[in-house]
Design a protein around this ligand. Structure first.
Ligand code: ADP
Length: 494
């Protein structure tokens, strides 16, 4: 554990709702606390949005969409404003990483070199896409011609989780903004700080009032108000399966707004006999312990072929024990605290399940230190497919290890959860890599790497990991309507 002396709390400048270009109190006057998971102490009191505030935010977004400049600017101009916001983010990287670090217990160092730069890259990718929106020309039969127009869908509601507050924010808003939409974003109640800072920067970047609105608050109130709003045209959600269902239901019961859901996973990492064991151990450690396992694509089920299993297990245990748990602001730390008390307790409950279900606890398995929400890197072996720790998304630093014999057995086991978000394969055998890549039912497959993200690569789930894709040009389609325009050509020569 790192020493508590490391705790440095960044200055928090923005704590109110951001509606129509202004920071405002909640209509109710209510606030909620956001806490520092390193200590459990209150970091800030944040204005708490509820239905009345969501109504105001949606009205502002609607007005900006129907009558404002944003959807009417050229894509080039929208892209320029987005690049300007990205420039400002780069100038404030340190501060933004510190906000996410204190709010979510994320490593400050990685915030500076991964989270914030990746959010900037996402924004710049879609800034470049804003003037590359093309329809098709259609050779319709008879004396007609046709073309398709891609139009922004309108007001987009965005509901995001707390594990990557900056990246999630830009993963969703960037393609929506590029398309010419206006947005109402509800960040997770655990991590509202950076989203409010981005609202401030967006204003400085010249993004018109009403285009980006940020309404921190709780799911059943502010989140539900967005999902069931009659004047929101689409909702993009990342979070749990249970809430994903509620969002679809809310859409069905209200205005049938389009919905896209990214709902987490239980991703397998499959390691074959020909793998370099040291490299496999390193990748598997990263796959589950990076960001304290609070990653929807965490490699939480590790399948190791029998020939290297024993060697892998020995080395994986040592690697886990060397993964340093401590203050995320200390550069020597590998893993900070879980985001809040609820998640901390939930992960510890899963560890108890693992023990009582008969899995073998190889290392870790309890709280680290006596303050804050730290948990030891934990590995279970002898995990069976029907155990809870092999099926449920734990969202914590808990690896489940299983042994397999054949390629087909690995494929079958890899596919045996309700999820299908990601998978990893470690082998030098091209035929195995290709067969498994095609056989695994998951939206992303990493071969001899893990967490290799890029804005170009569409990202989303199979099965109950959701539907719709973030990233890539495909993500633009979520935020656009397609209109077919057919014109009569009475004097067509053919
Ligand atoms: P997690 O388990 O990662 O916290 P949740 O699905 O609970 O995932 O939360 C993800 C996001 O969904 C958060 O912003 C949360 O406030 C929001 N949320 C929770 N409940 C609801 C709901 N009933 N309607 C809309 N949004 C919700």
């Amino acid at each position: 554990m790192g020493s508590n002396e490391m705790v440095v709390v960044p200055e928090i400048k923005h704590t109110k709702l951001f509606i129509n270009g202004e920071f405002v109190d909640a209509a109710s006057g209510k606030t909620f606390e956001t806490r520092d998971p390193r200590t459990g102490d209150v970091l800030a009191h944040i204005a708490e949005a509820d239905k009345a505030d969501v109504d105001l935010a949606v009205n502002a977004a609607r007005e900006a969409f129907e009558h404002g400049k944003w959807p009417r600017m050229s894509g080039y101009e929208r892209g320029r404003a987005m690049h300007k916001l990205a420039d400002l983010m780069e100038q404030h990287t340190e501060e933004l990483a510190a906000l996410d670090g204190a709010d979510a217990g994320k490593l400050l160092l990685l915030g500076k070199i991964i989270d914030i730069p990746a959010a900037v890259q996402m924004l710049r990718y879609y800034a470049g896409a804003a003037d590359k929106i093309h329809g098709d020309s259609l050779r319709v039969s008879g004396k007609y011609q046709g073309y398709t127009l891609k139009e922004p869908i309108g007001v987009v509601g965005i509901i995001i989780p707390w594990n990557f507050p900056s990246l999630m924010f830009f993963l969703k808003i960037s393609p929506a903004l590029a398309a010419g939409c206006t947005v109402v974003v509800k960040p997770a109640e655990q991590t509202p700080l950076s989203a409010l800072y981005y609202a401030h920067l967006a204003k400085l970047a010249g993004i018109p009032d009403g285009v980006i609105n940020v309404v921190p608050g709780f799911g059943p109130t502010a989140g539900a108000a967005i999902a069931s709003h009659m004047d929101v045209d689409s909702v993009a959600f990342t979070g749990s399966g249970e809430v994903g269902r509620l969002i679809m239901e809310a859409s069905a019961r209200s205005n049938l707004k389009t919905v896209s859901l990214e709902l987490g996973g239980k991703s397998p990492l499959i390691i074959f006999d020909d793998a370099d064991v040291d490299m496999a151990v390193e990748l598997s450690r990263l796959a589950i312990f990076f960001n304290k396992g609070e990653v929807c694509v965490a490699g939480s089920r590790v399948y190791v072929q029998e020939g290297i299993y024993d060697e892998f297990v020995k080395k994986a245990v040592v690697a886990a024990q060397n993964w340093k748990v401590g203050d995320p602001f200390d550069v020597a730390t590998n893993m900070g605290p879980q985001v809040d008390k609820e998640q901390f307790e939930r992960v510890l409950r899963y560890i108890e399940h693992g023990k009582s279900e008969g899995a073998t606890l190889l290392t870790g398995g309890k709280r680290a230190g006596d303050k804050g929400y730290y948990i030891e890197p934990t590995i279970f072996a002898d995990v069976k497919e029907d155990m809870k720790i092999a099926q449920d998304e734990i969202f914590g630093p808990v690896m489940s290890l299983m042994k397999f014999k054949t390629v087909d057995e690995a494929i079958e086991k890899a596919n045996c959860t309700k999820y299908g978000l990601a998978a990893g394969i470690i082998t030098k055998n091209l035929d195995i890599a290709n067969k498994v890549s095609r056989s695994v039912r998951a939206g992303t497959v990493w071969v001899n790497c893990y967490f290799a993200f890029d804005p170009e690569a569409p990202f989303g789930g199979y099965k109950m990991s959701g539907f719709g894709r973030d990233q890539g040009m495909m993500a633009m389609d979520k935020y656009m309507q397609v209109k077919s325009v057919i014109t009569a050509v009475p004097d067509s020569p053919w």
